[in-house]
Write a protein that binds this ligand. Structure first.
Ligand SMILES: C[S@@+](CC[C@H](N)C(=O)[O-])C[C@H]1O[C@@H](n2cnc3c(N)ncnc32)[C@H](O)[C@@H]1O
Length: 270
C-alpha cells in the first residue's frame, strides 16, 4: 500500500472532514438521487475517508450494500467503530489502496467518489479503467470533484485571500494532485468506456457564515500553517487573511464565491 496521501490522516483532519461533509451534504444528496443509487444492490464508495459519504449512501439507499474503500487505517478504524455503534448492517469496510485492486471485476452496480480522483492524477486513466471493470454492465459511477479553485473570490477583495487560493493549487500540484481535475475528467471517463449521463456544477455565492463560507475558513485555519512552513504562502499573508476573515464576519456584509465542484454521472455500457 502506498503511504498516506498529502492532506493527512489524523484526528484533526477527520473532524474537518466531518464538518466538510455537512457543508456539502445537500449537493451529495442530490447526486445520490440523480444517479438513482437507491436502485443499486451494491455500491462501492471509493476513498470513503472516515465514512461520512458512506453513511450518507447507506442512509439514503437502505436496500443497498455499501463497500467503503479507503487506504487510511485510522479512517477505517473510525468507520468500524461507527458501524458497531449504530449497528449498521449495510456497510462493509474495505481497507485497501485502489491501486492494488485493479483486477476485481463486475462486482458493483454503483460506484461513488468525492474528492478522491484529484489525488491520483498520475494513475487516472488506469484507475478509471479499473473502476469501469469493477462495475456490472449498465453500472453507474457518480463523482464529485473540483472543477477549479480559481473561482474563489472575496468581496471585498484581499490579496491574502488570493494567495491562499494559489497555495492550495500549488499544494495539490506539488504532491501529484490537481484541483482542476474536473476540467478533463469527463473526457477521460469517455476514454475509459463510460457514457456521460449528466454533468452539473455546484458551489457559488457564500455570504458570511454560509455553510461554504465556514467550510473555506475552516480549511484555511487547518492548512495555512502547513502552507507557510512549505513556502507556499507568506506568514504576512497568513496573518492578514486571519484578520480579513475576522473583519468580514464582524461586518456581515462580505461574501465569498466558492470553489466550483463538478458532479458527473457516468454509465458503463450494457
Ligand atoms: C479528501 S478525503 C475524502 C473522503 C471522502 N470521500 C469525503 O468526501 O468525505 C480523500 C480520501 O481518499 C483516500 N485515498 C487517497 N488515495 C487513495 C488510494 N490510492 N486508495 C484508497 N484511498 C485513497 C484518503 O485516504 C482519504 O481518506
Amino acid at each position: 500500500m502506498t503511504t498516506d496521501y498529502f492532506l493527512g490522516v489524523h484526528q484533526q483532519e477527520l473532524e474537518r472532514l466531518d464538518r466538510q461533509h455537512t457543508a456539502w451534504q445537500p449537493e451529495m444528496q442530490d447526486l445520490i438521487k440523480t444517479a438513482n443509487f437507491a436502485d443499486c444492490k451494491t455500491i462501492l464508495d471509493l476513498g470513503c475517508g472516515p465514512g461520512f459519504t458512506t453513511f450518507e449512501l447507506a442512509n439514503n439507499c437502505p436496500n443497498s450494500q455499501i463497500t467503503a474503500l479507503d487506504k487510511a487505517a485510522l479512517y477505517q478504524e473510525y468507520l468500524h467503530f461507527q458501524i458497531n455503534k449504530n449497528q449498521t448492517t449495510n456497510i462493509q469496510p474495505l481497507h485497501a489502496d485502489i491501486l492494488d485492486l485493479t483486477s476485481q471485476k463486475g462486482q458493483y452496480e454503483g460506484a461513488f467518489c468525492r474528492w478522491f480522483l484529484a489525488f491520483l492524477i498520475a494513475d487516472l486513466p488506469s484507475i478509471l479503467s479499473a473502476i469501469y471493470e469493477k462495475l456490472e454492465p449498465g453500472g453507474v459511477f457518480a463523482i464529485m470533484e473540483y472543477l477549479t479553485l480559481d473561482s474563489f473570490t472575496s468581496s471585498p477583495p484581499h490579496k491574502s485571500f488570493d494567495a491562499n487560493t494559489a497555495a492550495w493549487n500549488n499544494f495539490y500540484l506539488n504532491n501529484g494532485g490537481d484541483a482542476k481535475i474536473g476540467m478533463y475528467l469527463p473526457a477521460l471517463l469517455q476514454k475509459a468506456g463510460f457514457t456521460i449521463e449528466s454533468q452539473k456544477c455546484v458551489g457559488g455565492m457564500s455570504p458570511v457564515k454560509h455553510r461554504w463560507w465556514n467550510w473555506w475558513r475552516d480549511a484555511f485555519e487547518n492548512f495555512a500553517p502547513t502552507f507557510v512552513k512549505q513556502g507556499l504562502m507568506t506568514s504576512t499573508d497568513f496573518d492578514e487573511l486571519k484578520d480579513h476573515w475576522k473583519k468580514q464576519e464582524a461586518t456581515e456584509t462580505g461574501f465569498i464565491y466558492s470553489a466550483i465542484i463538478v458532479q458527473i454521472v457516468a454509465r458503463k455500457s450494457y
